[in-house]
Design a protein around this ligand. Structure first.
Ligand code: MN
Length: 264
């Protein structure tokens, strides 16, 4: 059986990292590229419900042997379109990346790269999000090769269908990478900086830019692995419910309800 792999990303269809990934996967599998027509980083798992989506097939002169579509929408739209419409029942597995920039720790909650993989996971496909720890990555080969090996594991039945992996790679050549660690998500906090500008009509414009992140670098976390020049593989699930505060909230809930009925 030929494995049919959907390749997508959030950096847009013209990102070289997308084509490096697809070029490696097509050595073993049937590859379909469906990616946003422009950069959609930090859009998370958003889907477009308030406007129509156009899909354009790239001509063979641009896409080589690969079947590639650009979508006027989010990474999540791309996955839903591909699985539910473009290739009905024809996608076995979703690979998102290689993102230009890491997606570590709490970033998985806003990452478009992970968001795309999440929709694959929701639709019952094994899904892999791969990111490189550099905004201008120079080493695309390790991530592309790892993706190929992971899809082989899917083909061999060695991974369950319900699996979502968040993978981060150091921007190093193969020979510089020290190993693979299976990790949990580090806690990361940003100090987001708001820069204010004034437009030609005197109205304020704001840019949100991300300050330097502060990491908890505990052993076993994804950032800890990357800092050791290792590949980080974090299995994810979609349940973000906190176990920590359930008992506290259960003790407060009855009085909250009484208060709700009696608030004057
Ligand atoms: Mn991106």
């Amino acid at each position: 059986m030929t494995v049919r792999v959907l390749v997508t990303n959030d950096d847009g269809i013209y990102a070289p990292s997308l084509w490096a990934l697809a070029g490696e996967l097509v050595k073993d599998f049937r590859v379909y590229i469906v990616a946003p027509d422009r950069e959609q980083s930090a859009i998370g798992a958003a889907i477009s419900l308030n406007h129509p989506i156009r899909v354009n097939r790239l001509p063979p002169t641009m896409s080589g042997e690969l079947e590639a579509y650009s979508v006027e929408g989010t990474p999540g739209d791309c996955v839903i379109m591909a699985i539910n419409s473009l290739f009905k029942d024809g996608i076995d597995c979703v690979v998102s990346g290689l993102n230009e920039g890491s997606n570590l720790g709490n970033d998985v909650l806003i990452s478009g790269t992970v968001g795309a993989a999440l929709h694959g996971y929701f639709l019952g496909r094994p899904a892999f999000a791969l990111s490189i720890n550099s905004l201008k990555p120079e080493n695309l080969e390790p991530g592309a090769r790892l993706a190929r090996l992971l899809v082989r594991l899917v083909a061999q039945g060695k991974l369950p269908p319900k699996i979502l992996l968040n993978i981060n790679l150091p921007d190093l050549p193969l020979a510089g990478i020290k190993g693979i660690e299976v990790t949990y998500l580090a806690r990361r906090s940003y100090t987001d900086i708001i820069e204010e500008y004034v437009d030609r009509k005197g109205r304020s414009l704001y840019w949100i830019t991300r300050g330097r992140p502060v990491w908890e670098e505990d052993e076993g976390s994804d950032i800890w692995a990357i800092k050791q020049s290792k590949i980080s593989v974090t299995p994810l699930e979609a349940d973000v419910a906190s176990r920590e505060h359930i008992e506290l909230l259960r003790s407060l809930a009855p009085d909250l309800f009484v208060g709700l009925l009696n608030l004057d």
